[in-house]
Write a protein that binds this ligand. Structure first.
Ligand SMILES: [Zn+2]
Length: 291
């Protein structure tokens, strides 16, 4: 990690609460995380394949099943924040290989069903406009899916908008991975609250109470006005792991490299200034922190 980005140490404990079972939060690159509490494993937006730029430009992309078998041999649930390829490409294969249940949008469900995930393991979490967010229970974890939106990464607009229409069983080009609905995901487990923002956009500024760990997307944060300040007011994080700042066309086994113009250090500083005593940082690729 470069010096201008605050970095957490390996397996660093971010909160002091010695009497509680640890929650281990591993960063998988992009917006991907693996969260483990008392042997229950939930994945969010896991993307290990990290197709090269040439693969992304030239043709359909396939998920790297050997990386999945090696790094994510076991999962109970997979949560999908939105269905761009760098969030959802590996989800059908991980679900098939681990037997995990998938929770996501209509787009996520259509993709999984087209790629052979058993229907009883596919759970749609869309809620209508104005209705309460969907809540599901996965082992000890209570999970809420809050409707959100994608950041305007390309000239103020979200890339690849619309619903994903999969082709049955065939690999697809990256542009066919349409965004679908976008969710901020909140997990309550072991008396703690974790929030995952997989895209740097906040649609509701209402304060929601204290958050023990916020997994915050970096890509495109400057396209949302006063993004760091508004996020801190809304979620009051005690600790923040910054994600989605890495060049995800590089293999999973190499060190993470910061994409140009991400402004990771600036985002970290502004979050720190706004919050009272936050821990803000990054981890290495496949590194983990404990909350
Ligand atoms: Zn996206």
């Amino acid at each position: 990690m470069r010096a201008q980005h605050p970095a957490f140490g390996p397996e660093e404990r971010l909160l002091t609460q010695p009497d509680r079972s640890p929650i281990r939060v591993q960063w998988l690159g992009t917006a991907g995380f693996r969260i483990e509490f008392e042997k229950h494993v939930v994945l969010i937006d896991p993307y290990l394949t990290r197709a090269s730029l040439a693969q992304c430009i030239l043709g359909p992309v396939r998920s790297d099943t050997s990386a999945i078998a090696r790094i994510l041999p076991r999962a109970d649930a997979i949560l999908v924040g939105h269905t761009h390829f760098d969030h959802v490409l590996d989800v059908p294969d991980i679900a098939r290989m681990t037997g995990a249940t998938v929770y996501g949008s209509w787009s996520a469900a259509r993709l999984c069903l087209a790629q052979g995930v058993a229907p009883e393991r596919v759970h749609i979490v869309e809620s209508g406009a104005g209705s309460a967010p969907n809540v599901v229970q996965s082992g000890p974890m209570r999970i809420r899916f809050l409707r959100s939106a994608h950041s305007g990464l390309i000239a103020g607009r979200a890339p690849f908008p619309g619903e994903l229409e999969p082709s049955k069983g065939e690999p697809m080009r990256v542009e066919r991975y349409r965004c679908g609905s976008v969710f901020t995901i909140e997990i309550e487990v072991g008396g703690r609250r974790l929030v995952h923002m997989g895209s740097a956009r906040l649609v509701d500024d209402t304060p929601t109470g204290e958050t023990d760990l916020l997994m915050l997307c970096t890509a495109g944060w400057r396209t949302s006005r006063e993004f760091p300040e508004r996020v801190v007011r809304a979620y009051a994080p005690r600790a923040v792991v910054l994600s989605h700042w890495d060049d995800f066309t590089r293999p999973i086994d190499q060190r993470a490299r910061v994409l140009p113009a991400m402004g990771v250090g600036t985002l970290a500083r502004r979050v720190e200034q706004q919050a009272s005593h936050p821990r803000v940082g990054t981890t290495e690729l496949l590194g983990a922190v404990i909350v």
